[in-house]
Design a protein around this ligand. Structure first.
Ligand code: HEC
Ligand code: HEC
Length: 285
């Protein structure tokens, strides 16, 4: 009797694991189509310096794609897999059109129409067309670096979490509205509106209500993101916020915020960016 139960349990586990692996392969093979758009006009006036700023500071692309744009380790462990940011230099993207690069950034869809894996496009879908054009121009300006890396591979935990919808970053094209058109962009000056625009890059970790909590699809060792509805706590004056971005020392915990809070990027924010962000976040009670 006991033996039968064990055998049944064994068969059940094997089937469940097989089902998860098959579901993962099915999702990986799915093709996506997005709304029609054309970058030609915006590329003519694209601002290279702005592209560099978005890449290296505002959107943190540099964290996964590296200083020379040839790709960097994102995670490498048995549970999650070997995940590297793609090589964005001409060595890899020569055959991609501007539209295809824009589509990858915005909608998380590869040239071959599959969903990208582990590329947080939902953080970039709120960027304006001119910002995306600036990024494409910056990517195009990079020197080619030859690509010698293996393809990304995913561990059992990453597969399980993504099949159960607990890791949106694995199939970003699945969670983005692929018919969503480009957002308009407020002027780059100190304002509530510009702060709100910039705060889109905080949503991936702090949530769309900015109340923080467990970071979806994050490494299990990461701390929870904090509530950043700064208006709820009078300690967050404009000066304190700007000081926090420079040092990472939180006025609420008196400690340096731990990774993955990207202080190393946010300390590069200039006054326009920092003040605007504060104007917006401090309006949230
Ligand atoms: C959390 C890490 C991470 C961040 C941040 C990130 N990317 Fe990616 N990106 C990836 C990974 C991983 C891939 C490869 C996905 C694949 O091929 O399945 C990728 C793929 C791409 C691709 C498609 C190229 C290809 O060969 O797959 C483009 C273009 C791209 N990223 C641009 C950007 C830009 C621009 C930013 C910032 C606005 C950015 N990425 C931010 C991880 C990241
Ligand atoms: C990759 C994930 C990630 C992103 C992106 C991110 N944060 Fe954080 N943030 C965190 C985590 C995690 C903590 C908590 C760190 C700790 O507890 O040590 C944190 C803490 C903070 C704190 C400290 C709050 C307190 O009371 O101590 C502030 C303020 C903050 N983040 C603001 C921002 C802003 C503004 C942005 C966007 C411009 C942003 N964060 C983007 C993950 C992130």
């Amino acid at each position: 009797m006991f033996k039968k139960v064990l055998i049944a349990l064994f068969i059940f586990i094997i089937s469940a694991v097989a089902a998860i692996f098959i579901a993962f392969e099915v999702k990986s093979a799915k093709n996506y189509s997005v709304i029609n758009f054309d970058m030609t006009e915006e590329m003519k006036t694209a601002d290279l310096e702005l592209g560099k700023r978005i890449y290296t500071v505002r959107s943190g692309c540099i964290d996964c794609h590296g200083t020379d744009l040839s790709g960097k380790m994102v995670m490498d462990n048995g549970a999650m897999g070997k995940i590297y940011g793609a090589n964005l230099t001409a060595d890899k993207l020569k055959s991609w059109s501007d539209n295809e690069i824009a589509r990858a950034i915005r909608y998380g869809v590869h040239k071959t129409n599959r969903s990208l894996n582990f590329m947080p496009s939902f953080d970039y879908v709120a960027l304006s067309k001119s910002d995306i054009a600036a990024l494409v121009k910056y990517i195009r300006s990079s020197a080619p670096v030859s690509d010698t890396r293996h393809a990304n591979s995913f561990g059992p935990i990453a597969k399980m979490l993504s099949v159960f919808g607990k890791m949106p970053v694995m199939f970003p094209a699945d969670v983005i509205d692929l018919n969503q058109d480009f957002a308009s962009k407020p002027e780059e000056k100190v304002s509530f509106e510009f702060g709100q625009y910039l705060s889109n890059s905080c949503i991936g970790c702090h949530g769309d209500k900015f109340i923080g909590g467990k970071i979806p699809g994050g490494d299990p060792s990461w701390p929870e993101a904090k509530n950043i509805r700064l208006g709820a706590n009078p300690v967050w004056t404009k000066e304190v916020f700007s000081q926090y971005l420079k040092t990472g020392i939180s006025p609420t915990t008196k400690e340096v915020s731990r990774a993955p809070m990207p202080i190393w990027l946010l300390k590069e924010f200039n006054e326009i960016e920092s003040e605007s962000l504060w104007l917006y976040l401090s309006s949230l009670k």
